[in-house]
Design a protein around this ligand. Structure first.
Ligand code: ATR
Length: 271
């Protein structure tokens, strides 16, 4: 049976094995999908051992997404632009890298939440790996404006100049986020995962649009709670997780699963 894993550290609580098992059973496909805990300094060795023993593909999660790109012998353009890979596949003896995170976010926003990005105003908070992975796919949807706001403004500027050729992207420090009617405000900082405070000007979370936290968990993050209190629609990142998994599944298996029953089932379990 074809073998797949999600490689991370920690990885035991990953929902990916469950998501891929649901996809496989929906499509009558049979595959094995497990977790692979790699030591912090041992990503390449663990990945090599997995592929050398016949592993077909891997998803890669924190903290190894940058190393995963370096590990591969080939990479898609979106993985190179993201500077990181969450997807590896063994094909004709070569390891190919891709990044399906941005496609996952776009699919969740546009298809599941029905928020068009085209012509819209988008604010991304954060300029680390999570932000960088989604900027090119967001710009490909042709928003009217995309602002990257970060605590360290220099990192936001670096990202804005890196992606400047792809669309109307600009940088701002957190305390001087432009006052605009943002349609989508994405929290791509690590604050929700670490339970840290994210200080934002009052106007940011009292807009008319959708607040989206890339993190997900059993309870709403402080970011989403503030956004709801400010009258915004709010969504966690569970849909992005399921959509990036569907994109991975299709790249490996050639068929795209229907994500809505899988997302509904996970919502029941994480409620
Ligand atoms: P990831 O890969 O999850 O993006 P990262 O590369 O370490 O992780 O980036 C973390 C992001 O969260 C950065 O944008 C960071 O801001 P700085 O560049 O200024 O460090 C942001 N971040 C982390 N803690 C934060 C906090 N307490 N307030 C605001 N931003 C924070």
């Amino acid at each position: 049976m074809d073998r797949y894993v999600v490689i991370g550290n920690p990885v035991a609580h990953s929902l990916s094995p469950r998501i891929h098992a649901l996809f496989a059973s929906q499509l009558g496909d049979s595959l094995e999908y497990g977790t692979l805990l790699a030591p912090r300094e041992g990503f390449a060795q663990s990945a090599r051992a997995f592929f050398d023993t016949g592993g077909r593909g891997a998803n890669v999660t924190l903290p190894f997404k940058v190393e995963a790109l370096q590990f591969a012998s080939k990479a898609s353009e979106r993985a190179r632009l993201a500077g990181a890979a969450n997807f590896l596949a063994s094909r004709s003896g070569a390891i190919e890298a891709d990044n399906t995170d941005g496609a996952g976010l776009v699919a969740d926003l546009v298809r599941n939440l029905r928020i068009p990005i085209s012509g819209g105003r988008v604010l991304i908070i954060g300029a680390g790996g999570a932000a960088r992975g989604v900027i090119a796919p967001l710009l490909a949807e042709r928003p009217a404006r995309l602002v990257i706001a970060n605590r360290s403004e220099g990192k936001a500027r670096e990202l804005a100049s890196r992606f400047a050729a792809l669309g109307p992207v600009e940088a701002a420090p957190l305390d001087a986020i432009p006052e605009d009617r943002f349609d989508i405000v994405v929290n791509a900082t690590s604050t929700s995962v670490h339970g840290e405070a994210l200080r934002l000007p009052r106007h940011v979370l009292s807009a008319h649009g959708l607040a989206y936290d890339m993190a997900y968990g059993e309870s709403a993050t402080a970011f989403l709670a503030h956004a709801r209190a400010g009258g915004m629609r709010a969504s966690d990142g569970l849909g992005m997780l399921v959509e990036q998994a569907a994109e991975s599944f299709e790249l490996w298996r050639g068929r795209r699963p229907d994500t809505s029953p899988v997302l509904a089932e996970l919502r029941i379990r994480t409620a």
